[in-house]
Design a protein around this ligand. Structure first.
Ligand code: ADP
Ligand code: MG
Length: 908
C-alpha cells in the first residue's frame, strides 16, 4: 500500500472506534498518528516525527511491535482506552489493518501485580419505587476469569459494594447514567474509569441471552439470579469483555452470585477510617492488610485482600477458616513446610485466562505445569502432619487430582526445559512428543551434522588448511578458505566473495543442504506452532480446573498467612457466637501494637447482660478522656478485632467472644478529618445520616467525636439526639467517643448506655496518659489543666475552673468587673442551652434550664418545638410547669387537663 494511504487508513479506523487512542501496526511497529501521536508524546515521552501525506504533514510516533505492552499499560493507567489495529495480509498480498482489541482498564490482561482488576457494571432500577431490589451489580476480573453478581437494596448499599470491590472500570447502566445524583456519587466514590457502554447491552432480553450463552441455562436457574437488575448488569459485562476483544470469555467459567447478607456491611467511609488496605494518607504501609500479610504467592495475597475487604457473617464458613488457622498456628513445623511448598507457585487463575485468550506462550504453560506440581506436594505436607485433621485436607482435595495429573503429565512430556518466549520458531517441544516433529528434527539434525562436519571433511579430502564453514544473513552458508590456500580449492567450489585474508565459496551440495535446512526450519516452526496451539487449547479446556487449583493454593496460602501472624504476635482464637455480645479481654490494636509498647484493654458489651443488680445490659459505651489519651485507638481496635474475627482470623487479644455483627459503621468527627483535608461538616452529617439509615441492632457503630465540626451547642444537640436514636430505635452496639462531657449524664437515664473513660494520672505536674480504659465518665476538664501546664497565669486558671464548674451545674455566673449599666455588681449571667448564648439573670424567667427535663426525645420533635409558640400554648405550658403533681389531688389534676385542652382547642 502506498505510504500516503497509511495516515488515511489510520484516521478512518480512528473515526470508527470510540476508543480514546488508536495504535496501528505497520510492519514491525505500532504507530500513532496525528492527535494520537501528540497525546502519546505528551503522556509517554515518545519521540514525534513528521509524516507527510497528500500534501499535509502529520505527527507520527511509534513503538516496536514487541514493546507495545508497557505503553498500553501506561496509557491505561492514565485512564485511556486504546484501540489496537493489527496488520493482516489480504489475498492479493496487500496489507490491511483491523481493530482487534480495545484495551481498557478492565480488560488489560498484561498486568503483573497481584491485585484483582474488576470491571463492574451497575444497573439501577430507578423506577422501582415499590421497594425491593434497586441495584444490580456484576463484577468480572478479566485477568482471572472471576465473575460475580449481586444485588443491593439502595444506592448506598450499591456504592459500598462497589467500594469493596474497588473496580478499575465501571460501566453504569443507562438508568444510572440518567440519574445525575447517582452518577456524581459514583464518580466521587471511586477512582475507576467510567466507561459509557452501549445501552443495548443492558437490555434485559439481550443480557439474559448473553448469560445463557456463557453459563448455560441451568446455571442461571441454579445460581438463582432472577433479579432483572442483576441479569442486566451481568449481561452487559459479558458483552463488554467480548467486544473489547480480550478473548478471555472462555475463562469465565463460573457464575457466582452472592447475597450481600453473607458479607459484613462495610461502607466506604469505614473502609477508609479503619485503614484496611490504604491509610488515610493513601499509603499501603501501615494498613491492616500490610500488617497481617505473610502470604508467599500473588494469588494468596489477592485472596487475603478479598477476605479483609469482604469479611463474612456466616459462622459456618468462618469456623472452617478458624479451624484451619488454628491447626496451622499450633503446628509451626508443618506450617513452614506447607508455606515452603507453596512458594514458587505461579498465578494459575491468571494463567488460565491467558491460555483461553491464546496469549499464553510455552513458558506460561511451563509455569502451569510447575504450579500444578505444587498441589500434591502441599497435600502431602498436610497429610502426614498434625494438619491432617483440619479442614485443610478438604481444600487440597477439592480439585480433581486425576485430571490435574493428566494435564501435568502431558505438559511434562511435551514441553522443552527452557522454551523460548516466541511460539513461532520452534524449540518448544521435547523429542518423543510427536512423530512427525521427531522426523523433522532428525532430518534437521542430520543436515546440521553434515554442515558442522563439512570443514573437517574438506580439509581431509583436499589437504586444505584454514577452512571454516559458517553462515550469515547475506551469504547464507559458505565455506571460507584462507587466502594462502584459496587457489588450491577444487572446481566444485564457486567463489562468492573475496575478503582481505580469505575467500568465500559455495558448492551445489552445500546449497542443497542449506535449502533443506531452511525448509526444515520452517516446517519445524509451523509444526511446533500448530502443536502448541493444540496443546494450549487442551489446557484452556481445563481452565476451570486450573482456577480450582489456583484458588485452593491461594486459600491455603492466605490461611497460612493468618496463622503465621497469629503465632508470631500472640493472637487468640475468637469465639464466634450469635449476634449479641462483644467481650474482649486484653485487646490490642493490630497495627499500633507493631510499633508501640501497647497497653491492652478490655471491652464488654452485651445488651442482655443480667448486670447483677446494676442497670441491666450495656451495649452503648460513651468513651471520654482528654485529647490524645487513646479514645480513637480503643474504638478502632474494637472494630478491627471484630472485623478480623469475621475474616476468620485470630485476633490481638488474650481472649475474645464476638457475637457476629452484620455491619461495621464508623464516622470520625469533621475536625479530625479536616486535618486530613477531606471533610466538611456537610459530609460528616451525610455520613451520620447514612449510619442512622443503614445500621441495625446487629451492627457495630463507632462514632468518634461526631458533631465536633460545628458550634458547640449545635454539636451537643446532634450528638445527644443521635445517641438517643441509636439507643432507642436502632439499638445498635455503639462506641461513641466524645469530648462533650454533658453527654455522660445520658448513662443515668438510658438503660443500656455505660460510661467508660481513659485513665489519666495527673497527680504530679504532668498529665500522664495511662491508656487504660476504666468504668465511668471523666471527672475533670483537661483543657484547663493543659492551660495551666502551658503557663497561663494562676488567677486565670482558677477562674476558668470556677466558670466551668458553674457552666456544668447550669448555675449563674457572676460577671466580674462589669460596668454598672450592663451587668453591674450582683448581676449574673446564665449560659442558655436553647439559644447557645448568655443571658442576664434579670431577664431569665424560671431560672436555669433543666437540661434533663427539656431533653428532646427525637430529633424531629426537637425541630417542631423550635418555632414560635402561640400565646395560648405558652400560657398552658406555664401552667403545666407550675403544677406540683405531688400536692395536687387527682381530680383537680384532671380538671386542669380538661381546662388546658379547652384553652388549646379554643385557639385552634
Ligand atoms: P484520642 O482519640 O483520645 O485523641 P488517640 O487514640 O488518637 O487519642 O491516641 C493518641 C496516641 O496514643 C496515639 O499515638 C496512639 O498510638 C497512642 N495510644 C493510644 N492507645 C494506646 C494504647 N492502648 N497503648 C499504647 N499507645 C496508645
Ligand atoms: Mg481521637
Amino acid at each position: 500500500m502506498a505510504s500516503q494511504g497509511i495516515v488515511e487508513e489510520f484516521l478512518s479506523l480512528k473515526s470508527d472506534t470510540d476508543a480514546d487512542v488508536l495504535t496501528m501496526q505497520c510492519g514491525d511497529f505500532y504507530e500513532f498518528f496525528a492527535e494520537d501521536a501528540e497525546l502519546v508524546a505528551e503522556e509517554l515521552d515518545l519521540k514525534v516525527s513528521q509524516k507527510s501525506s497528500h500534501g499535509s504533514s502529520y505527527p507520527m510516533a511509534g513503538v516496536p511491535v514487541d514493546d507495545l505492552t508497557p505503553y498500553l499499560k501506561a496509557l491505561v493507567e492514565r485512564g485511556y482506552r486504546i484501540a489496537v489495529a493489527n496488520q493482516f495480509e489480504g489475498a492479493d498480498g496487500d496489507h490491511y489493518r483491523e481493530v482487534t482489541r480495545v484495551v481498557t482498564p478492565g480488560t488489560l490482561l498484561e498486568t503483573d501485580d497481584a491485585e484483582a482488576r474488576y470491571i463492574a457494571a451497575v444497573v439501577g432500577d430507578v423506577d422501582n419505587s415499590g421497594g425491593g431490589v434497586d441495584f444490580g451489580l456484576a463484577f468480572a476480573d478479566a485477568t482471572t476469569g472471576q465473575f460475580l453478581v449481586t444485588t443491593a437494596a439502595d444506592v448506598d448499599a450499591g456504592l459500598s459494594e462497589l467500594h469493596r470491590f474497588d473496580p478499575v472500570e465501571i460501566l453504569p447502566g443507562p438508568d444510572v447514567r440518567g440519574d445525575d445524583a447517582v452518577t456524581r456519587r459514583l464518580r466521587e466514590s471511586t477512582e475507576a474509569t467510567v466507561s459509557l457502554f452501549e445501552a443495548d447491552a443492558f437490555a434485559p432480553g439481550r443480557a439474559a441471552h448473553a448469560l445463557r450463552e456463557q453459563f448455560g441455562r441451568e446455571t442461571l436457574d441454579s445460581v438463582g439470579i432472577d433479579e432483572d437488575a442483576a441479569v442486566r448488569a451481568a449481561g452487559a459485562v459479558l458483552r463488554y469483555v467480548e467486544e473489547t476483544g480480550a478473548g478471555v470469555l472462555p475463562s469465565m467459567t463460573r457464575l457466582q452470585s452472592f447475597e450481600s447478607s453473607v458479607h459484613l456491611e462495610l461502607d466506604s467511609t469505614t473502609q477508609r477510617n479503619l485503614e484496611l488496605t490504604e491509610t488515610m494518607q493513601g499509603a499501603s504501609d501501615g494498613t491492616l492488610l500490610a500488617t497481617i500479610d505473610h502470604t508467599v504467592t500473588a494469588p494468596g495475597r489477592r485472596l487475603l485482600q478479598e477476605w479483609v475487604t469482604r469479611p463474612r457473617c456466616d459462622r459456618a464458613e468462618l469456623t472452617r477458616r478458624l479451624d484451619c488457622v488454628d491447626a496451622l498456628a499450633s503446628a509451626a513445623l508443618a506450617r513452614e513446610r506447607v508455606r515452603e511448598a507453596l512458594e514458587g507457585g505461579y498465578d494459575l487463575e491468571r494463567l488460565a485466562a491467558r491460555t483461553t485468550s491464546g496469549s499464553a506462550d510455552a513458558r506460561d504453560l511451563l509455569a502451569v505445569r510447575e504450579t500444578l506440581e505444587i498441589l500434591p506436594a502441599v497435600a502431602e505436607s498436610i497429610d502426614g502432619s498434625p494438619l491432617s485433621d483440619s479442614p485443610l485436607t478438604g481444600i487440597a482435595e477439592r480439585p480433581d487430582r486425576a485430571a490435574v495429573r493428566a494435564i501435568r503429565e502431558e505438559l511434562d512430556t511435551a514441553l522443552a526445559d527452557d522454551p523460548p518466549k516466541t511460539v513461532r520458531q520452534g524449540g518448544l517441544f521435547r523429542r518423543g512428543y510427536d512423530d512427525e516433529l521427531d522426523d523433522v528434527l532428525t532430518r534437521y539434525a542430520e543436515a546440521k551434522e553434515w554442515i558442522d562436519t563439512l570443514a573437517d571433511r574438506e580439509k581431509r579430502r583436499h589437504g586444505l588448511s584454514h577452512v571454516t564453514v559458517d553462515r550469515n544473513k547475506t551469504d547464507g552458508h559458505y565455506i571460507q578458505v584462507g587466502k594462502s590456500v584459496a587457489d588450491q580449492v577444487p572446481d566444485r567450489y564457486t567463489e562468492i566473495k573475496t575478503l582481505k585474508n580469505s575467500k568465500r565459496f559455495v558448492t551445489d551440495e552445500l546449497e542443497e543442504r542449506e535449502r533443506e535446512i531452511l525448509r526444515l526450519e520452517e516446517a519445524r516452526g509451523d509444526l511446533e506452532y500448530d502443536l502448541f496451539c493444540d496443546l494450549r487449547d487442551r489446557v484452556a479446556d481445563h481452565a476451570e480446573l486450573l482456577q480450582d487449583v489456583g484458588r485452593a493454593l491461594a486459600e491455603i496460602d492466605a490461611l497460612a498467612s493468618l496463622a503465621t501472624h497469629a503465632a508470631g504476635n500472640d493472637w487468640a482464637r475468637p469465639e464466634l457466637t450469635a449476634p449479641g455480645p462483644l467481650d474482649i479481654e486484653a485487646g490490642r490494636h493490630p497495627v499500633v501494637e507493631q510499633t508501640t509498647e501497647f497497653v491492652p484493654n478490655d471491652l464488654r458489651m452485651d445488651a442482655d447482660a443480667d448486670g447483677a443488680g446494676e442497670s441491666g445490659g450495656r451495649d452503648f459505651l460513651l468513651v471520654t478522656g482528654p485529647n490524645m489519651s487513646g479514645k480513637s485507638t480503643y474504638m478502632r481496635q474494637v472494630a478491627l478485632i471484630t472485623l478480623l474475627a469475621q475474616v476468620g482470623s485470630f485476633v490481638p487479644a488474650r481472649s475474645a467472644t464476638i457475637g457476629v455483627v452484620d455491619g461495621i459503621y464508623t464516622r470520625v468527627g469533621a475536625l479530625d478529618e479536616l486535618a486530613q483535608g477531606r471533610s466538611t461538616f456537610m459530609i460528616e452529617m451525610q455520613e451520620l445520616s447514612n449510619i442512622l439509615h443503614s445500621a441495625s441492632a446487629d451492627s457495630l457503630v463507632v462514632l468518634d467525636e461526631v458533631g465536633r465540626g460545628t458550634a458547640t451547642y449545635d454539636g451537643i444537640s446532634i450528638a445527644w439526639a443521635a445517641t438517643e436514636y441509636l439507643h432507642n430505635e436502632i439499638r445498635a452496639k455503639t462506641l461513641f467517643a466524645t469530648h462533650y462531657h454533658e453527654l455522660t449524664s445520658l448513662a443515668d437515664h438510658l438503660d443500656r448506655i455505660a460510661n467508660v473513660h481513659v485513665a489519666v494520672d495527673d497527680a504530679g505536674d504532668d498529665v500522664t496518659f495511662l491508656r487504660t480504659i476504666e468504668e465511668g465518665p471523666t471527672d475533670r476538664s483537661y483543657g484547663v489543666h493543659v492551660a495551666e501546664l502551658a503557663g497561663v497565669p494562676d488567677p486565670v486558671v482558677s477562674r476558668a475552673d470556677e466558670v466551668l464548674e458553674r457552666l456544668r451545674g447550669d448555675e449563674a455566673i457572676d460577671v466580674r468587673g462589669g460596668s454598672e449599666s450592663a451587668a453591674g455588681d450582683g448581676h449574673q449571667v446564665v449560659f442558655d442551652l436553647d439559644s447557645g448564648g448568655f443571658r442576664t439573670e434579670a431577664s431569665a424567667d424560671g431560672g436555669a434550664t433543666d437540661r434533663e427535663g427539656s431533653r428532646p426525645s427525637t430529633p424531629s420533635a426537637d425541630d417542631r418545638d423550635e418555632p414560635q409558640i402561640d400565646p395560648a400554648a405558652e400560657s398552658v405550658l406555664d401552667d403545666l410547669r407550675s403544677v406540683d403533681v405531688d400536692e395536687t389531688p387527682p381530680v383537680e389534676l384532671l380538671g386542669k387537663v380538661l381546662d388546658w385542652q379547652e384553652e388549646l382547642d379554643g385557639d385552634g
